[in-house]
Design a binder for this molecule. Structure first.
Ligand code: AGP
Length: 614
């Protein structure tokens, strides 16, 4: 949830820290702060409630002495509200020591009581300050930051990434991680730490991934990774596959607008390299045929938007691989006693690869003997490292909190997985047609963007005062209805609900009153005249009660025309491929409506891009 950056090297660190924080601000943006050891060896610190701009303004108004060792933090509040005092860094040892933290220290109350009994007083309500105070106490004993840091992390329970530095040891930043992200950036005579590679990608694309329960110490010339006992371990090197420009707005009004527009490329990149001789072959799943043949059950687990992709995946994997698939919200999964074993494949989906709920579900599945596969968009992230196999979506960095291109890439990856499993299990029948559908997807997404963008944006402009919007879908249209509603809630703060169209008459139809806007996702009649006719009946039912109906239907579907107030068209596509097209107008709608309301579409209130607390 929070963004963390650390730097040691020859350059003044403040600009490096602030630029890193700007790239990490999507992770949390209710306060920000930096600490720097200046040229005289004094530790200076500045932190401010509000977005990073507030911190920048404060530094412009009153400069902080610069230095070549520094740490920075952008926060999503857990313990204590978003105030100046609760913002990070937190200081200890007579303000000579600074600590920043992402995660939750679950035993902080007991530690605080222990320290309070020794006479330590606290300025903030945060769990982080307790860790800082503990580090101060340990440092006082040994005068060795690395030793003191080890002592502290061994006392902490919960999930954390912790970074610390002490003015008496300039040129050294230490970090640790448990169930929370931290990566190392390797520069030339300088080194970096970051919650993800975005923190340092403009300086280096060479990175090291740190494992669970490991500690790193960086100096300008050295990087040492150990376990919590101080035993040196090897960190896994990787090259960042995108450059700084990919994480820039590049002339777009928002990251979300850019990412919506990047979907043809995101889908194409996810497919690339995964079709061989007219069939889907995912190279990362090489050698896993016996596993994929042997399983009797698939559980797909994820949260939020990724869980809606999972629901589409259920249709695809069941249809092509003929294996039962359940979709489980990750945060519910491990709090019951699910029937899983070594014949179960648990597929997790996560854009960030750091979502704590999903990570815990993966760990739980492994403990219970299941095989695990993750679908992830972020290299070096924790969830893929905890899984037996990974299929990366290659959507590129997604910065806007509202997920768009990652969602279409996740569905694409699930389509690929379904077809790959269907081939291996000998159950998919028409590979050539399905591969042709896949290959045509990027072009069709581009067509929706080109043909419907202005129309949908205009519609949203007319509806800026709307207080509630409903979304209906059947079959794979149902998850898209859920996603359309989530997008709207997230960024426009308008009440929105998605329903399975058939469920309407069992209760939600009571919500329909004259003028109520309802989006209806109409499946192609070419795939199933029956499903299509049922959805058209549902439209008639709500229309009869005064709903304002906005239909998303394939080109040429004339049956919807008499009942629709507005028709948004998508190109013809196979039944399981339609969701990738149908979601695009809903994303544009949410974005345009939020923009019409004057809201920040990239950083909606109360949210963070990567949810690293349970
Ligand atoms: C999407 O718009 C949301 N911000 C959110 O639901 C997100 O999809 C969810 O938190 C899961 O994130 P992940 O894909 O990084 O695991």
């Amino acid at each position: 949830m929070c963004g963390i950056v650390g730097y040691v090297g020859p350059r003044p660190s403040q600009d490096i820290l602030l630029a890193g924080l700007a790239r990490l601000e999507y992770r949390g943006y209710d306060s920000a702060g930096i600490a720097v050891i200046d040229e005289n060896g004094s530790l200076g610190m500045r932190k401010k409630a509000g977005k990073l701009a507030m911190l920048r303004d404060s530094l412009t108004d009153a400069a902080l002495a610069d230095g070549t060792t520094g740490i920075g933090h952008t926060r999503w509040a857990t313990h204590g509200g978003p105030t100046d005092v609760n913002a990070h860094p937190h200081l200890a040892d007579d303000d000579k020591l600074a600590v920043i933290h992402n995660g939750i220290i679950e035993n902080f109350a007991a530690l605080r009581d222990e320290l309070a009994a020794e006479g330590v007083s606290f300025r903030s309500e945060t769990d982080t300050e307790v860790a800082a105070a503990l580090l101060g106490r340990e440092y006082a004993k040994s005068g060795d930051l690395q030793q003191a840091f080890r002592n502290v992390v061994n006392r902490l329970e919960g999930a954390f990434t912790l970074l610390a530095m002490h003015q008496d040891q300039p040129g050294l930043v230490v970090g640790a991680r448990r169930n929370s992200p931290l990566v190392i950036g390797l520069g030339d005579g300088e080194n970096f730490l970051g919650s993800d590679v975005a923190a340092f990608v403009e300086h280096t694309r060479k990175a090291l991934a740190i494992g669970q329960d490991q500690i790193v110490a960086i100096t300008p010339s050295e990087v040492t990774v150990t376990d919590f006992d101080g035993v040196v371990v090897e960190a896994q090197p990787f090259d960042v596959s995108w450059d700084a420009a990919a994480a820039e707005k590049g002339g777009w009004s928002s990251f979300m607008a850019k990412e919506v527009a990047e979907q043809p490329e995101a889908v194409a990149n996810t497919i690339r390299g995964r079709i061989q001789d007219g069939q889907v072959v995912i190279p990362e799943l090489d050698g896993l045929d016996d596993l994929l043949i042997g399983i009797n059950r698939v559980i797909i687990t994820a949260c939020g938007t990724a869980s809606y992709a999972a629901l589409v995946g259920k249709y695809a994997v069941e249809q092509w691989a003929r294996v039962p698939v359940d979709v489980e919200l990750a945060h519910e999964f491990r709090y019951r006693d699910p029937v899983i074993g070594d014949d179960t494949l648990v597929v997790s989906i996560s854009q960030s690869g750091e979502t704590m709920d999903t990570l815990m579900a993966v760990k739980y599945a492994r403990e219970r003997g299941a095989r695990t596969l993750s679908i992830c968009n972020t290299q070096g992230a924790t969830i893929p490292r905890e899984s037996d196999a990974v299929v990366y979506t290659h959507a590129g960095p997604e910065v806007a909190v509202a997920s768009t291109k990652a969602f279409s890439a996740q569905i694409t990856a699930l389509l690929l997985l379904g077809l790959h499993m269907g081939r291996v299990r000998g159950t998919a029948s028409d590979a050539a047609a399905d591969v042709a559908e896949l290959q045509a997807l990027p072009e069709k997404v581009a067509q929706v963007l080109a043909e419907e963008n202005d129309h949908v944006a205009q519609l949203a402009g007319w509806m800026a005062d709307t207080r509630s919007v409903l979304f209906l879908g059947r079959h794979v249209g149902y998850p898209i209805a859920l996603e359309g509603a989530l997008k709207l809630k997230e960024i426009s703060y308008i009440h929105a609900e998605g329903f399975a169209a058939g469920e309407l008459k069992h209760g939600p139809i009571a919500l329909i009153e004259p003028g109520q806007p309802v989006f209806v996702l109409v499946p192609s009649p070419r795939h199933s005249a029956l499903i299509h006719s049922k959805v058209v009946s549902n439209i008639q039912e709500i229309r009869a009660r005064g709903a304002r109906v906005i239909v998303v239907a394939e080109e040429g579907d004339a049956a919807v025309l008499p009942y629709a107030d507005e028709v948004i068209r998508i190109p013809l596509a196979g039944a399981l491929f339609e969701p990738v097209l149908a979601v695009v107008p809903l994303q544009i709608f949410a974005m345009a409506l939020a923009t019409a309301k004057g809201l920040d579409v990239d950083q909606p209130r109360n949210l963070a891009k990567s949810v690293t607390v349970e």
